[in-house]
Write a protein that binds this ligand. Structure first.
Ligand SMILES: Cc1cc2nc3c(=O)[nH]c(=O)nc-3n(C[C@H](O)[C@H](O)[C@H](O)COP(=O)(O)OP(=O)(O)OC[C@H]3O[C@@H](n4cnc5c(N)ncnc54)[C@H](O)[C@@H]3O)c2cc1C
Length: 352
């Protein structure tokens, strides 16, 4: 098979990339190793309000969020305005993949990229029907935090935080997300994100410092049960890795462009990455179209564009992570003042 653009991975980055590239009239193939797009879900399912235009498909929007409550180690709480939407993440990813198909992209599910001949611009893909070679003009690597494309190119692995999450019954409706900052979650935090009668309850932490996430998650769950906020039943379990080291050193290598988590575009402090995945996927698709039109600078411009969009905010977040890690090593992670400087819900985070 020969295409203008090969998209690897059909999460938000790949779905947005495939849809945009197909809309621009390119011949697009998208390969996704899962048999059903978006399943299983590995997400707390919150998106910021500006991404709402992508949440219009039926079954995607679950509830609106008004603000965020951040709890410090002392128990003190600060509420900030932080409007967003809770989504059914599987339905969100599936809607993007449907748009890609409707625009003419060829979607190959249950199909995994297993090799890359960079010089010849050919990818080896293992499909349910057997091995397949795909020749491409441009390749968009949207294959998540452990990108196989990056591995094939010898690009270094990304620094990640690990997470564990339960979906639990919510005893009364809530309009805010809750965040817990504590030495119990080194390099991460605890969260409760309401979605109607259910909520996503999770913890994330640096695996080198917190090998066991089940203990802290079960303790948070028990505490919220005792407070009468959530039920004891667990209706879903998930988890996964989130890149937290900021953008990759190289976002474009020849005709290969990285988007979303594969590019390291999840926010290094909040871990949110859906919005950046969609945006970078769309931008990579436009760059692929420009490349096809003979623009030799398109990949470099894509890289610059993404760094312009996210560079400053992510650099601050990485610096805050490093600072928090040093304070943690000094035994100060239990101090409210330290956590305030390390979390986006407080003005100190944005100070000097
Ligand atoms: C527990 C958890 C909670 C989170 N909560 C939020 C949240 O509330 N809000 C938010 O904005 N972000 C959240 N994130 C981060 C967010 O999920 C990611 O930033 C987002 O999924 C990035 O999208 P993506 O398309 O780049 O990557 P992914 O969604 O990871 O998609 C990559 C796709 O590539 C496929 N793939 C991988 N390797 C191959 C291969 N070799 N061949 C073919 N296909 C392949 C995978 O199967 C996958 O479908 C959370 C992450 C986790 C783990």
């Amino acid at each position: 098979m020969r295409v203008d653009v090969l998209v690897v991975g059909l999460g938000p980055a790949g779905g947005a990339a495939a849809a945009e590239a197909a809309r621009l009239g390119l011949r697009v193939a998208a390969v996704e190793r899962k048999r059903r797009v978006g399943v299983p879900v590995q997400c707390a399912e919150f998106i910021p309000l500006p991404l709402g235009r992508h949440a219009r498909a039926q079954g995607v929007l679950l509830q609106r969020i008004a603000g965020m409550r951040s709890f410090l180690p002392s128990g003190a709480m600060t509420r900030s305005e932080f409007a967003g939407l809770m989504i059914d993440r599987a339905a969100f990813d599936q809607a993007l993949a449907r748009q890609a198909r409707a625009a003419g992209a060829q979607v190959l599910l249950g199909s995994r990229l297993i090799g890359l001949d960079f010089g010849a611009q050919r990818a080896s893909v293992l499909t349910p029907g057997g091995g397949m070679e795909i020749a491409y003009g441009a390749l968009i690597a949207a294959d998540g935090p452990h990108s196989a494309v990056a591995r094939c190119l010898g690009e270094p692995p990304l620094e990640v935080v690990h997470t564990r999450q339960y979906t639990v019954p919510l005893q009364r409706p809530a309009a805010d997300t809750d965040i817990w900052l504590s030495p119990e979650y080194p390099g991460g935090y605890g969260w409760l994100f309401p979605k109607g009668r259910l909520a996503n309850l999770g913890v994330g932490a640096d695996k080198r410092l917190a090998a066991d996430l089940k203990g802290p998650l079960d303790r948070l769950h028990r505490r919220l049960m005792e407070e009468g906020r959530v039920g004891g039943g667990i209706v879903g379990r998930t988890g996964g890795a989130i890149p937290v080291g900021g953008p990759r050193a190289r976002l474009a290598v020849g005709n290969v462009m990285f988007a979303g988590d594969a590019a390291g575009l999840a926010h290094p402090v909040s871990g949110g990455g859906i919005a950046a995945a969609v945006l970078s996927g769309e931008r990579a698709a436009r760059a692929a179209a420009a490349m096809g039109g003979g623009d030799h600078y398109a990949a470099a411009e894509f890289e610059q564009d993404i760094r312009d969009q996210f560079g400053a905010a992510f650099a601050r977040a990485v610096a805050r992570r490093r600072w928090l890690a040093r304070r943690r090593e000094a035994g100060a992670a239990g101090e409210d003042a330290v956590q305030r400087r390390g979390w986006i819900g407080f003005p100190e985070y944005f100070g000097r």
